[in-house]
Design a binder for this molecule. Sequence first.
Ligand code: NAD
Ligand code: DAU
Length: 337
Amino acid sequence: MKLLVTGGAGFIGSNFVLYWLAHHSEDVVVNFDALTYAGNLENLKSVEKNPQYSFVKGDITNPQDVEKAMQGVNIVVHFAAESHVDRSIMDPSTFVRTNVLGTQVLLEAAKKVGVKKFHHVSTDEVFGSLELGSTEKFSETTPYNPHSPYSASKAGSDHLVRAYHDTYGLPITITNCSNNYGPYHFPEKLFSLTITNILEGKKVPVYTPGNHVRDWLYVEDHVRAIEMVLQKGKDGETYCIGGMTQDVSNLEAVKMILRLMGKDDSSIELVKDRPGHDVRYAIDWTKINTELGWSPSVSLEEGLQKTIAWYTEHRDWWMDVKSGTYAEYYTKQYQER
Ligand code: NAD
Ligand code: DAU
């Protein structure tokens, strides 16, 4: 099988590529990535000489780049996206271009080549927000109600993927997953930012009042879920993926990280809230569990321990990432908070 993995130099994409090559050594993996601020080939150093792996620098919004890379491909696994909500609030245009237009360009090329499967990696944020304190959960039948430019652009991409199935018969699957964390997570997201700020002796910014709830999932559990969908998922179907069985607020999660790193809570800094901030996410993953046999295997505490160990051992990776343009973004994002 030849897989085209878009966004394979990003956080989840690189975890997927490393996992796939380790578990499916007969397959050929082409990593197609534009190497934006979030893409980092350092993540893939250990496989760069593997003859089954190759890297193509290209932009998913460019039909020529995409059509060339699509030749001979059997399976597309589409991760490439602008992924950070706060950046989408600063500048929505790149999100619409990459997430909506880029997905349509890929779908068109996949249709021309006649791929066996087009898997679209999406998010639970397309469903909007649940009430704090409720026991309600998102599932495959929850209506779309996105609030941020990021989630609206991902919702647009999901609709296009389904439209290519319903209109042209393209064999697609979609996964809507909750918040991932783990190795190679760009240090702009809550957990990676918290861990690296603590290692640097800096304050940890938590958006006021810190009672927001996310459904945290260790990245390898997400990668295993995608593997199962690629192997056993039904064409045209959506699968929701999540990790938690009870609500944990952002403040509780950050305090857990501080405790695991042997620190008290004094470095927490409550800062101005994100506009349009979704209050609560929770996922009902019954469908993927009963139909495909997937369930999360890493608890939040265990996943955090692994993640803290990884960042502690890979200081060079995140120090490098946090320099340069990231530093400019950080100042802009947090200076008025
Ligand atoms: P990321 O920001 O870490 O990586 C995105 C990758 O896409 C980068 O390597 C970047 O260079 C590449 N990219 C961006 N624009 C591109 C373009 N125009 N052409 C080609 N490549 C481009 O993202 P992530 O956190 O790994 O998320 C991957 C996917 O999973 C996204 O589609 C995201 O919406 C989805 N998702 C993420 C999470 C999460 O918690 N991180 C949860 C659910 C779903
Ligand atoms: O739910 C899946 C989504 O999870 C993915 O689709 C997105 O790509 C991914 O970025 C993530 O989105 P969130 O907005 O939930 O993740 P983030 O890490 O930015 O924020 C998590 C929570 O922490 C959220 O309630 C906002 C809060 N937060 C975030 C940052 C960056 C803070 O309190 N302080 C911060 O500095």
